[in-house]
Design a protein around this ligand. Structure first.
Ligand code: ATP
Ligand code: MG
Length: 565
């Protein structure tokens, strides 16, 4: 499905908002928010939510807040806050001065909790965690009232104040909403509002030893910030009655919660818990490992913000969960890089070629355009000499049918250079491995074209051996072997589905000299091999490291073509 229509009614969320505006709801304001918990790096699923919230705000003349949902101090870190900010910015979005933290509202939330107690809508419960679970019942069995449910308002106020003052141990008391222990919706069975946790918070330090639970903190943060449309993923559908309950009981500004289907991507996991596990157990080199579906991993791999935004637009928003083919994401980056990337030549697995009839000390400067369709990108000089490297794969001693590359006695074109013919094959005496080819060139084919109309079927990329730069090239494959690694019934641990061949590092590659000093993060297409970018962590001007972003073969385009037939 390709959505290019940018009218505000292209999905059900935009429809709701357009209708609200027409009805003058919320005084015609639109305020959305992106509310990450700073307990990990952002992934491509978050990017979907970011695009949705920021784009909607922009389209309807509203604003989108960035709010850190930092209510769980034990898992949260400043490092995550900083990475999230820089990832949102990199994706191309701006929260202006609308940067907030749920922890900024702790005082106000506490006052709201006191108000619920005074209204008889909340009580301090002294069951332990285990007992609370037992009393809660199950999906098929109603829960039982806690014996502390009938505590008086005065006793509750006193206990809650002492919880806050630090008089009690972790887990000895919690504050709970008094709703309905028999509700078919488990979320409504007297959910916990506050718990005691003697943990320092990355922003409030040791000021608090009680922390609000997500369901309480989230709706109140939305309300305090004047959010109009609180867009979240489908798992929160059953939490909506609770979201509404808190806001109705407290009689405060009431944003509308709207759920959409989260992004699931094939051959990928998009759960922070699982991504943390990959990092902590060393299955990847870090959050920004180029195989990770994190924004920082995709960036390091060579993805552009434009391609990720394009992907998020194409997948659209729906009400039902589904799995998106990772080939679509790859298609989006190919389309973008096809336009933007200069074409250059690099040889991954070099095979030495000696041109016997080329003068020994001669070097010619040939020229190749950086882009076949975009002359504005200019061109670069390609030194040509007697000794070259070609790709090992581009030579076969016994070529199979339809193999049009180099073979003994056969002639091919070297891109932008000359026709060459293979005259002799030199092998390692011990192993039988081909170590060098001796060829002749035809001086009348300069530029790669023959004046006598003689045709060749193969065109190879190459570099001049004395001029080429050494480089490391990292080739990536899918991180997982199964399309749905997070949901394998027969495999108890998703890490068992990891693809052992997801990274292949080639350390003796040769690239053309125009790449000298290539800046970290810069991108190019190595002709015939794919799109690459200079690694932003391990590459140095004198020791280049390239990541392959994506190959040239577009399986999504094929799928689309088939679907159209
Ligand atoms: P995870 O399930 O990966 O741990 P989370 O929902 O706990 O993610 P948050 O930091 O709370 O992570 O997410 C911030 C926002 O991003 C939320 O509004 C959430 O709904 C949204 N989001 C998270 N994962 C996805 C996804 N796969 N697709 C779309 N939106 C997502
Ligand atoms: Mg969450």
């Amino acid at each position: 499905m390709t959505t290019t229509d940018s009218s505000p009614s292209r999905d059900f969320i935009r429809n709701i908002i357009a209708k609200d505006l027409k009805a003058n709801k919320n005084e015609c304001r639109v305020v959305t928010r992106f509310p990450p918990e700073p307990n990990g790096y952002l992934h491509i699923g978050h990017a979907k939510s970011i695009c949705l919230n920021f784009d909607i705000a922009a389209e309807f003349g509203g604003v989108c807040n960035l709010r850190f949902d930092d209510t769980n101090p034990s898992k949260e870190e400043v490092e995550y806050v900083e990475s999230i900010k820089s990832d949102v910015r990199w994706l191309g979005f701006d929260w202006y001065n609308m940067l907030f933290y749920a922890s900024d509202y702790f005082d106000q939330m506490c006052r709201y909790a006191v108000q619920l107690i005074k209204d008889g809508k909340a009580y301090v419960c002294s069951l332990n965690t285990e007992e609370i679970r037992e009393y809660r019942g199950t999906l098929t069995k109603p829960g039982k009232d806690s014996p502390y449910r009938k505590r008086s308002v005065e006793e509750n106020l006193d206990l809650f104040e002492r919880m806050r003052a630090g008089e009690f141990e972790d887990g000895s008391h919690v504050l709970r909403a008094k709703i309905d222990m028999a509700s078919p919706n488990m979320n409504m069975r007297d959910p916990t509002i506050y718990r005691i946790r003697r943990v320092a918070h990355h922003r409030t330090g040791n000021k608090w030893c009680i922390y609000p639970m997500y369901d309480f903190a989230h709706c109140l943060s939305d309300s305090i910030e004047g959010i109009t449309h609180s867009i979240c993923t489908l798992e929160f559908e059953d939490n909506r009655p609770l979201y509404d309950w808190f806001l109705d009981r407290l009689n405060v500004l009431h944003p509308q919660q709207i759920e959409f289907a989260r992004l699931n991507l094939s051959y990928t996991v998009l759960s922070k818990r699982k991504l943390v596990q990959l990092v902590e157990q060393g299955h990847v080199t870090g959050w920004d490992d180029p195989r990770m579906p994190t924004v920082s991993g995709l960036r390091r791999r060579g993805y552009t913000p434009e391609s990720i935004r394009d992907f998020c637009e194409r997948i659209g928003v729906a009400k039902r969960d589904s799995m998106v083919d990772i080939a679509l994401l790859e298609h989006c980056i190919r389309e973008d890089l096809n336009e933007k990337s200069p074409r250059v030549m690099g040889v991954l697995r070099p095979l030495r070629v000696v041109i016997d009839n080329y003068p020994e000390d001669q070097v010619e400067e040939l020229e190749g355009p950086y882009h076949p369709e975009d002359q504005g990108m200019g061109s670069r000089k390609l030194p040509f000499s007697r000794e070259l490297y070609i790709e090992r794969d581009d030579f076969r001693e016994d070529p199979p049918k339809k193999y049009f590359r180099l073979a003994p006695g056969r002639e091919v074109r070297l891109r932008y250079a000359y026709y060459i013919r293979c005259e002799e094959v030199v092998k390692d005496e011990q192993t039988g491995e081909v170590v060098e080819l001796h060829c002749t060139y035809d001086p009348k084919t300069r530029g790669g074209w023959s004046s006598d109309g003689r045709k060749v079927k193969g065109t190879l990329h190459w570099v001049s051996a004395p001029h080429a730069l050494k480089a490391e090239v990292r080739l990536y494959d899918r991180l997982f072997e199964k399309a749905n690694p997070g949901d394998q019934k027969d495999v108890p641990d998703f890490t068992a589905c990891l693809n052992p061949r997801s990274l292949e590092a080639l350390t003796s590659c040769r690239v053309e000299p125009s790449l000298a000093g290539a800046a970290p993060g810069s991108r190019c297409q190595f002709e015939r091999l794919g799109y690459f970018c200079v690694d932003s962590v391990d590459s140095y001007p004198e020791a280049l490291v390239f990541n392959r972003t994506v190959t040239l073969r577009d399986s999504w385009a094929k799928i689309e073509k088939k679907a159209k037939k």
